[in-house]
Design a binder for this molecule. Structure first.
Ligand SMILES: Cc1cc2nc3c(=O)[nH]c(=O)nc-3n(C[C@H](O)[C@H](O)[C@H](O)COP(=O)(O)OP(=O)(O)OC[C@H]3O[C@@H](n4cnc5c(N)ncnc54)[C@H](O)[C@@H]3O)c2cc1C
Length: 434
């Protein structure tokens, strides 16, 4: 059994005040030889019952637990993670954050997230290293110039910062970029969102975990959900896990690539397909790359981490799989594209490559809302681009669970849209949506 609340009442957790980080705090710990740091979150045994259980300890799941506790006063919550925190796509992505999507619904949900990113480090008292260094999206054909400009104009109408750059302006913004006519896919211009950027993905999971734990949330790792129990009227009652049965009347599933597997436990089929998506990093070099560059046509995207590694995104495999590794030709093609656009990187060695399982919907937009099963809520379908959504998705999932109805921002992203044909088609709009 986990902790019992201050009043001794079962079901109410004692709140362990946040160990706040500050410059003075660091100095104090340094003088004490860094011996008295405490663990950033507890490792409690699962309790027999919670008011709500979140399946999946990625950024979205941990964030949802945090907002449930912070904004909706629900403290008797557990996050169940089958592996380690952030070990799914949260710790495997290329960390690109932007909100310049095309459809109005997407603009609203990604901008909601971007606004939360802008205050996240302060809110969590944890440096998530959000760096608004700008994301440049290249256009390589007349057709793509038209599409990109349409994005820019649509974004501006929605109040989202977005601008169109000529090739020379794009090069001035990103000096390593090649813009001469010798390119197989010449750069004809670029869309720029200056408020966009990157963050440190592990820190996002850890920051949310630490803050949620301080509000009494139980974060339980190495705890795989293996079944979902329902009563005679069909409502959820409990999850079976590798660490025993846990009762809960509200279950939020935020399991990314494994959503179909988890939802099938409640008898639901979810319209997503799961693919391996790959990324790789180079050996570290001195700061040389000032922004993020994406090219959908030749399918490559790149930024430089604070450690100096070039972080390079590749594509998905052409077939569905849960293998968490991808085909070699995918990374090879991405590198061919990168070295053509940025010849200065031709002699760099690659350090690591990995894959994550992304959950892709037909319209490349997420599913975030209630399900036909009472007490069961789903957040999935973010596919290749859900890191940027982390605070927004978490915030909206918490709202939906707490109020048993979607927030106006996530209402259009219902499961029913596939039945009713109300797609939010970012597939045609973005092609790839990192
Ligand atoms: C290579 C790569 C590059 C990417 N690049 C970008 C990018 O640049 N920008 C961007 O916005 N997005 C990007 N993404 C997508 C982004 O990473 C995801 O959309 C996002 O991180 C999803 O977060 P999450 O918390 O929902 O999922 P996850 O972090 O995957 O968390 C889900 C968790 O559920 C757990 N789980 C699964 N089944 C069970 C079970 N039965 N019981 C208990 N736990 C379970 C998993 O172990 C996992 O930890 C990329 C993804 C990959 C793979």
């Amino acid at each position: 059994m986990g902790e019992v609340g201050a009043g001794g009442r079962r079901g109410v957790h004692s709140v362990r005040p946040l160990q706040r980080f500050s410059g003075f705090g660091l100095l104090r710990h340094a003088f004490r030889g860094h011996r008295d740091w405490r663990a950033q979150w507890r490792a409690p045994e699962p309790r027999a019952a919670y008011d709500a259980v979140i399946v999946g300890g990625g950024g979205h799941g941990l964030g949802a637990a945090y907002y449930l506790a912070k904004e909706h006063g629900m403290r008797n919550i557990a996050v169940l993670e089958r592996g380690w925190l952030g070990g799914g796509n949260t710790g495997r992505n290329t960390a690109i954050i932007r909100s310049n999507y095309l459809c109005e619904e997407s603009e609203a949900i990604y901008e909601h997230a971007l606004t939360l990113w802008e205050g996240l480090s302060r809110d969590l008292n944890y440096n998530v290293m959000f760096s608004q260094r700008g994301v440049l999206m290249l256009a390589h054909s007349v057709h793509e110039v038209g599409i990109s400009k349409r994005h820019v104009f649509a974004n501006r109408l929605a109040g989202i910062d977005s601008e169109w750059l000529t090739p020379a302006e794009a090069k001035a913004f990103c000096p390593p970029l090649r813009i001469d006519g010798g390119l197989r896919y010449p750069v004809l211009g670029a869309a720029l969102q200056r408020r966009a950027g990157i963050a440190r993905h592990d820190a996002v999971a850890w920051g949310y975990a630490r803050a949620a734990d301080a509000l009494g949330v139980d974060i339980i790792q190495n705890c795989e959900v293996t079944a979902i129990r329902r009563d005679t009227r069909g409502a959820v009652t409990a999850v079976e896990t590798t660490r025993g049965t846990i009762r809960a009347a509200r279950i939020g599933v935020s399991a990314a690539g494994h959503t179909s597997v988890v939802m099938a436990m409640a008898g639901l089929r979810i319209p997503i397909e799961s693919y391996p998506l790959q990324a790789l990093v180079s050996e570290p070099v001195k700061p040389v790359f000032p922004c993020v560059v994406m090219s959908n046509t030749i399918h490559a995207y790149i930024s430089q981490s604070d450690k100096g590694e070039l972080v390079i995104g590749a594509g998905t495999d052409a077939y569905v799989s849960y293998s968490q590794r991808g085909a070699l030709w995918v990374t090879t093609e991405a590198l061919a594209a990168i070295t053509e656009l940025f010849p200065i990187f031709r002699r760099l060695r690659m350090l690591r490559a990995w894959g994550g399982i992304v959950d892709v919907t037909r319209d490349r937009s997420p599913i975030l809302g209630k399900t036909p099963v009472k007490g069961l809520y789903v957040n999935c379908g973010w596919g290749t681009g859900g890191f940027k959504a982390t605070p927004g998705a978490a915030h909206l999932l918490a709202w939906t669970i707490a109020k048993d109805e979607p927030h106006p921002i996530n209402a259009p992203f219902s499961l029913e849209r596939f039945r009713d044909g109300r797609m939010i088609d970012e597939a045609a709009a973005a092609g790839v949506a990192h």
